[in-house]
Ligand binder design. Structure first.
Ligand SMILES: Nc1ncnc2c1ncn2[C@@H]1O[C@H](COP(=O)(O)OP(=O)(O)OP(=O)(O)O)[C@@H](O)[C@H]1O
Length: 587
């Protein structure tokens, strides 16, 4: 367990100091109790010898003073160690998960991550101090008393020692049972977290289906299972816990009976018998307390194992000598294949986007367009082939350099619950006010900001809920401008936006593409975006079926021509529908 903790906590100095402090306190406590032997021998006799007891009493008083001071020091050290450990662990986990491929983030793993950052880190940081330290004290107090008794009376020491292996075996068994119960309970708690997240995310769907109130069955099942796990765990732990307590109590009873018998037969003096009884009680008392600590220690060990599982999730490999400069903003796919599961999402995909051009990716739903953009941003690594940015394999590029070169405009833009300015500055925190305004103007975000009650300081709400989908996308496009990334990946909204957002976003994308320094790759749905692209890459079933200039492909009458026709028709219907709606609304 200590090795476990050391592996997880790379700077364990505070913890080490705390452990040492508690070890000293425990040994001191044992030695102070040992003073009882000479003190009682001097005082419990027909004519008490105060002079003989005096130096021991004085030593005891000094010892108690030192003990009190060390106890006072231990408390803030424990608090600081717990805080430091929690901060280190959380930092460590967060740094690692940012290097994981996006495929790692399944719903269950996200729930596990949430539990790891809250419950597991909290458990390790708190228990290492509140349970680890008392456990050291319990073991060392008993060990010191045993050593003292060895020095005073070998027979009594051997008697105490005889209890230790039996207690150890029963304690180990109780610990194992508690550990298994904790693992089961934590799995049930993680399931609750996953179902709660799912219930929150699925609210719009459930309400649309009229099941807003009844849609929580899966969460209810998870809660019931948690309750059952808890009960099962309690049931399983009761007997081993009682077994251990019985061993300790039996040991204490045997020792007390033997002490009384030795007194009666004259083998022990009254003073030694009283000292022996006190030492025996103080030997067994901490041993007995270990049963309450062992469950918590096992829980802490399990939490560390779960944290380690996250650390063992393989990060995207980093080149030992990464390329730190991208010369050209070109993007190239060379016979790229990729599969999320068994079915390939992309097969042998090849195309080139020269620097400063705009490439429109088209294809039916599920044809692999989003996967292409994810591979450029290296959310995952290809199974075969190579993705190159500026002529360099993205796996050889420094991840930070790659991310600096790329800006992504998703269809569903996630905004943080902060002000609109803070959300924009995420792209470049050091940007000047002037740069912020230029980016906002280019993305037509300035019109949105003007309308908001607190302008730039308006909070956008959780996940940006205060803004419409189109407005959120404008924030995302403004981020791309502000970042001055040379490669921009855009997933244009497929569903119809309101006319104002549609016009604004159309202009903003055209503005992005106008810059001849910038390479734009857009999953395009709007005929104007398609028509203005330098080239079109048509995908079907994860393969490239056509590449060429939009006009050429329209004349060729293939996949692109069909899709283009469909998009035009959809737009036509939308415009007609809007016109009808406007007419019927007018008096
Ligand atoms: N995270 C994932 N896990 C498993 N399979 C996935 C995942 N994401 C996409 N796929 C599968 O990979 C294939 C390509 O998906 P992709 O999202 O790239 O298509 P797309 O052309 O962007 O579709 P759409 O236009 O509907 O967004 C599909 O068969 C899809 O089901």
């Amino acid at each position: 367990m200590i090795r476990h903790l050391y592996r997880l906590c790379p700077q364990p100095w505070l913890l080490l100091r705390l452990g040492l402090l508690h070890a000293v306190l425990a040994v001191l406590q044992g030695l102070l109790l040992a003073l009882l032997v000479p003190i009682l021998r001097a005082l419990l006799r027909a004519e008490p010898d105060f002079a003989a007891a005096e130096p021991w009493l004085f030593t005891g008083a000094i010892g108690l003073l030192v003990y009190a001071v060390l106890t006072m020091i231990a408390s803030p050290v424990g608090f600081a160690a717990s805080m430091q450990l929690a901060a280190q662990l959380r930092h460590h986990v967060m740094r690692h998960v940012t290097t994981l491929p996006l495929g790692w983030f399944t719903a269950d793993r996200k729930a596990r991550l949430a539990r790891a950052l809250t419950a597991d880190v909290g458990c390790v940081a708190q228990l290492a101090v509140t349970i680890g330290a008392p456990a050291i004290t319990c073991v060392l107090v008993s060990a010191t008393i045993l050593a003292v008794v060895f020095a005073v009376d070998l027979r009594l020491a051997l008697l105490l020692l005889a209890v230790v292996p039996v207690a150890y075996v029963t304690l180990r068994h109780a610990g194992r049972v508690a550990s298994a119960a904790e693992i089961e309970l934590e799995a049930a708690a993680t399931e609750i977290a996953a179902r709660a997240i799912e219930l929150g995310q699925a609210q719009p769907v459930l309400r649309a289906a009229g099941r807003g109130e009844t849609g929580g069955e899966r969460l209810r099942e998870a809660l019931d299972e948690h309750r059952r796990s808890y009960r099962r765990g309690l049931g399983r732990s009761t007997l081993p816990d009682l077994g251990y307590t019985a061993v300790v109590m039996a040991g204490l009873l045997a020792v007390l009976v033997l002490g009384a018998r030795m007194l009666l037969v004259g083998a022990l003096s009254v003073a030694d018998t009283v000292a022996w009884m006190v030492l025996a009680v103080r030997f067994f008392e901490p041993l007995g307390a270990l049963i309450d600590l062992v469950g918590a220690l096992r829980a802490m060990d399990n939490a560390m194992t779960r944290l380690e599982e996250i650390f063992h999730a393989p990060a995207l490999p980093r080149s030992a000598d990464p390329v730190r400069r991208v010369e050209r903003a070109s993007v190239e796919f060379s016979r790229v294949s990729y599969a999320y599961t068994d079915t390939p999402a992309l097969s042998e995909v090849s195309f080139v986007c020269p620097p400063g051009t705009t490439t429109a990716l088209v294809g039916a739903s599920g044809s692999g367009k989003t996967t292409v953009t994810r591979l450029i941003a290296r959310f995952f690594d290809v199974d075969a082939g190579v993705v190159r940015v500026g002529g360099v394999d993205v796996r050889d590029l420094d991840p930070e350099v790659l991310m600096n070169e790329i800006a992504i405009v998703f269809q569903d833009v996630y905004l943080f619950d902060a002000t609109i300015e803070e959300n924009l500055r995420l792209a470049r925190p050091e940007a000047t006010r002037e740069e912020l305004l230029i980016a906002a103007r280019a993305a037509r975000l300035d019109e949105v900001v003007e309308r908001l009650p607190n302008g730039w300081q308006t909070r956008v709400g959780e996940a940006g809920a205060q803004l419409s989908g189109g407005e959120r996308q404008r924030v995302s496009i403004a981020r791309a401008f502000l970042k001055q990334a040379r490669i921009v990946l855009i997933d244009e909204a497929g569903s119809a936006l309101d006319p104002e957002n549609e016009r604004a976003i159309g202009h903003a994308i055209a503005e992005l593409a106008r810059d001849r320094e910038r390479t734009v790759i857009v999953i395009a749905h709007r005929p104007t975006t398609l028509a203005s692209a330098d080239q079109v890459v048509s995908l079907a079933g994860g393969r490239v079926v056509e590449t060429g200039a939009p006009d050429e492909l329209r004349r060729a009458g293939g996949v692109f021509a069909r899709l283009y026709h469909q998009y035009e028709q959809t737009r036509g219907w939308c415009i007609a529908a809007r016109r009808d709606a406007t007419r019927s609304a007018s008096p």
